[in-house]
Design a protein around this ligand. Structure first.
Ligand code: IPE
Ligand code: IPE
Ligand code: MG
Length: 246
């Protein structure tokens, strides 16, 4: 596996690698159905795929990977699917934590974790504490995440500080807000990948994606291989990021 990875990375322009990649891992359900199986099978396969993409990202030197695992809107799915997904997060984290830690992964979670089962909340707290000093790659998992809720939370925090006299409202600027988001300690994503063809953001990182390069592929998430990932990275390397200038 390692030898193959090294071979594949030689064709990448390391000078133009994104520092921070965000991924909307979409299409699990359709993948399961396409196999004549259930949506749940797609979720399981998708989770396995994430392991490969995380390992490869670390291997090529991506500093931060942020993935959308479960949106605040996803609670509206059938109860069985929601329960399966929440169970899957806990199983995966329990199973993979030791390995991720030994590989230098620093884990963070974006979203309101309070409605999650207590056992999962405890495991998440343990994962954050255990991996906090790791430096190989930052791996952020958005669970029960909503970008609008994230902004509301930021506004409330700032309002409280203003009311308490600790913040001058006229001093609020972009960096003040940025520091109140889950992504406070990370640069904005350079590249957003969305699998399965949907041309929308689905309430993901609306503030942070202001100048992010977008890459949408028809490939369903469980089929998003390392070769496909490299295509996205090569496409990114060919972009001219102007940030409004000429
Ligand atoms: C993404 O795949 C995973 C989650 C949203 C949890 P989907 O479950 O949305 O798969 P499709 O889009 O229905 O195929
Ligand atoms: C976005 O996918 C959320 C995740 C990948 C976790 P959805 O499948 O929920 O998005 P919509 O419903 O197609 O916008
Ligand atoms: Mg979907």
């Amino acid at each position: 596996m390692t030898a193959k990875l090294v071979l594949e990375t030689t064709s990448l322009n390391v000078q133009k690698l994104p520092q921070h990649i965000a991924i909307i891992m979409d299409g699990n359900g359709r993948w399961g159905e396409k196999q004549g199986l259930s949506r749940i099978v797609g979720h399981r396969k998708g989770a396995e795929n994430l392991k490969q993409i995380l390992r490869y990202s670390k291997h090529i030197g991506i500093k931060t990977l942020t993935v959308y695992a479960f949106s605040a809107e996803n609670w509206g799915r059938p109860k069985l699917e929601v329960e399966f997904l929440i169970g899957l997060f806990e199983d995966m984290l329990a199973r993979e934590l030791k390995q991720m830690h030994s590989e230098g992964v620093c884990l963070k979670f974006f979203g309101d974790l309070t409605p999650l089962p207590k056992s999962l909340q405890k495991l998440i707290a343990k994962a954050i504490a255990l991996t906090k000093d790791n430096q190989k790659i930052n791996f952020n998992v958005a669970i029960n995440y909503s970008s609008r809720q994230e902004m509301i939370r930021a506004c409330r925090n700032l309002a409280v500080m203003a009311v308490e006299g600790k913040l001058d409202p006229n001093a609020i600027d972009e960096s003040t807000i940025q520091k109140c988001l889950y992504t406070a300690n990370f640069p904005d994503p350079d590249l957003l990948i969305r699998t399965s063809g949907e041309m929308r953001l689905s309430n993901f990182l609306l503030w942070q994606l202001a100048y992010t390069e977008l890459y949408v592929t028809q490939t369903l998430w469980p089929d998003f291989t390392i070769a496909e990932f490299e295509l996205a990275l090569k496409d990114y390397a060919s972009r001219d990021r102007r940030f409004g200038k000429v």
